[in-house]
Design a protein around this ligand. Structure first.
Ligand code: AVI
Length: 320
């Protein structure tokens, strides 16, 4: 496996220091993902309440041929680049179609998690041995520059799972604009956007009773303990989710249930918490066509087509 870009330990340290020294406190959800976080996220994706995965799988399975044929270039083939590939379960539907229908292509999965990339590479080598795979570890924004190097033939960039929802709008526009800057006129961007819906359905997706989402959210504290010598008592924090149906923003928090003092050895940092003080950890933005149109316009992208599931919970958009 190719691991050219590794997330920097120093960035982790700096961002944790800054986030816990701010008021209100915040930590980035990108730090949920290590071996344990990846496993928890897999469990989340398998929960019925976390409808996103099933809906996107339904879309990819229903429209495999239509989507695949948009991707095809009969002359020179294509590079299929997937950002945030994870376990690739949904992508495999498309990969199988492409492999079975004489597409000439290289599949380039990129994920922030070294562990996820390794698992996916091994799994594909086993399940689809003839597939041409060139995997990479890296963060979205770090990797974007490198996409410009893929301009020798058509490229299709895929971002599934509504991963864009973990970025606030200005950052999402920055991300989409940078993607657009790497694209030539024949290139495509295929991206999943979870849609606004019954607020309770959204809330339940991030609030399971088994506590899997809670453990996922708290994994950032577990990582600080393990990797930076922190002494967070995870039991003293409560997972809290809110959803604002007006803006479509779901927000996750960790709430201190009592006043406490935390020390993080490797940061030489002491952090004081008052009772009920919060750490904001994640946003999961929900969209509608208006918002996606606006994001596209701001980023210089054009929506070519969109696909939705039978409940219209989720949409995949194809941009030029
Ligand atoms: C990866 N990302 C799109 C997920 C989401 O829905 O925001 C992460 C997640 N957080 C809690 N549950 C799942």
């Amino acid at each position: 496996m190719d691991t050219k870009i590794k997330p920097q330990l120093n960035t982790f340290k700096t961002e944790i220091f800054e986030g816990l020294s701010s008021f209100p406190k915040h930590l980035s959800s990108k730090y949920f993902y290590d071996k344990k976080g990846d496993r928890l996220f897999q469990e989340i994706m398998a929960m019925p309440d976390y409808y996103l995965t099933g809906c996107e799988f339904e879309i990819l399975s229903t429209y495999t041929e239509t989507i695949g044929e948009y991707f095809r270039d009969r002359e020179n083939g294509l590079d299929l680049i997937e950002l945030g590939a994870g376990d690739g379960k949904k992508t495999k539907v498309l990969l199988k179609y492409m492999a079975e229908n004489n597409f000439n292509f290289v599949y380039k999965p990129i994920d922030i998690s070294e562990n996820a990339v390794e698992l996916l590479s091994n799994n594909l080598a086993h399940e689809m041995p003839t597939l041409n795979v060139d995997a990479e570890v890296g963060e979205y924004f770090e990797v974007l520059e490198r996409l410009k190097g893929f301009n020798k033939r058509k490229k299709v960039i895929m971002v599934l799972g509504s991963n864009i929802g973990n970025l606030k709008h200005p950052r999402a526009i920055e991300f989409l604009s940078k993607l657009k800057d790497t694209m030539l006129p024949e290139d495509l961007l295929f991206m999943g956007f979870d849609q606004k819906k019954n607020p309770l359905t959204v809330l339940n997706a991030y609030n399971d009773e088994a506590g899997i989402t809670e453990a996922f959210n708290k994994n950032v504290l577990a990582r600080i303990n393990r990797e930076l010598g922190g002494d967070f008592d995870l039991e003293k924090f409560k997972h809290w989710e809110v959803y604002d149906p007006e803006t479509g923003t779901a927000k996750s928090f960790l709430v201190a249930t009592e006043a406490m003092k935390i020390t993080i050895e490797k940061l030489r940092l002491t952090v004081n918490f008052e009772q009920w003080e919060t750490i904001h950890t994640e946003i999961s933005q929900k969209y509608d066509d208006k918002i996606v149109n606006w994001l596209a316009e701001e980023s210089g992208l054009i929506i070519e087509k969109s696909f939705t599931d039978s409940q219209e919970y989720y949409k995949n958009y194809l941009f030029r």
